[in-house]
Design a protein around this ligand. Sequence first.
Ligand code: GLU
Length: 418
Amino acid sequence: MSDEVNPFESLQEQIDDAAAFLDVDAGKLERIKYPERVLETNLTVELDDGTIEVFEAYRSQFNGDRGPYKGGIRYHPNVDRSEVKALSGWMVYKCAAVGIPYGGGKGGIAVNPIEYSDAELERLTRAFATELRPLIGADRDIPAPDVNTGQREMNWIKDTYETLENTTEPGVVTGKAIESGGSAGRVEATGRSVMLVSREAFDYLGWDINEATVAVQGYGNAGSVAAELLDDSGANIVAVSDSSGAIHHPDGLDASAVKEYKLQTGAVGGYDGATETMTNEELLTMDVDLLIPAALENAIDEELARDVHADIIVEAANGPLTPDADDVLSESDVHVFPDILANAGGVTVSYFEWVQNRQRFHWTEERVNDELERVITEAFDDLVDVYESHDVPNFRTAMYVVAIRRVLQSARESGVWP
Ligand code: GLU
């Protein structure tokens, strides 16, 4: 894992790599490599003991050519300006890759939420929502969950916004609880798209996913649901990890039982259905058919990439591979299916939630899952079209070619103003 690689520079390198296959003039390219604006704010919160603490928070609105800015809000000690800028850019290309009518944004607070009480986190979230209020809105910028945030935080943001605006506007955030305007299938959506992309990838390469061995790094919402769905479809989840370390069983772990264990104890370590424990690095270099990095950025850097033995990587996290790692893996014929497609299920079902909010009409889970499958398989086909018709080095560049074309097309149609 590399802390030295700046994720914003990684994003820009990925854009440049794809732009080399497109006929785009320098100024137009420059425009889609930087955020339109970034809010940086310091949130003052009273803790339960009466003391005051100040938290750095950000919201980056990267590009709005294709629709309202869209993207999650992350609570993590590593949140900083450059991470949020990168994550907001990845949202632009993710939404364009799957063809949903959004631009990209992202926010975050530099905080380790496990160190604070629920009441403190509620005050912190409402303080952030108050700062965000002039920027967000169902037609402007629509936050959602990300690392360490979920339905609870989205409900608080919605409530703060609606109270201050004296209105009801559930579509101002997505990822809400069902009774607060959430969508069926939203919690599982990111993991579901990881499963769908894995299935399509194996199909495309002519391999059988049913007997595949799978290692999952990170067992939060995306990783654990992907593992469960792949387990259900017959694949063999041989190792999973979280920040406490990794567990392994050569005959396969019961993905749902591990998820339940983590829910009870807070970590996967100690689960008694495993034969051995290992480090995260050991998991990432295991000889498996499918590796799913589902934690944070830069999990695999150039050095670690040289030791990767997986045949296929499907990225559940945003930005888990550095650009240098990508180069090494392309050279060694490891097939990497990029984050902007693989984890796009989350934002796609966020889009369905927003559509349902606007129509005040609730879809069944079956409808949500069917529509999600359609969006993801169509995007996979678009990826394959470019991969086969251009001399691109890997699937990531192919997906960026698809996405950048769409962003540039809408920018061209809008013209330049003023
Ligand atoms: N945080 C998720 C992502 O990185 C979901 C964003 C959304 O639903 O807007 O894609």
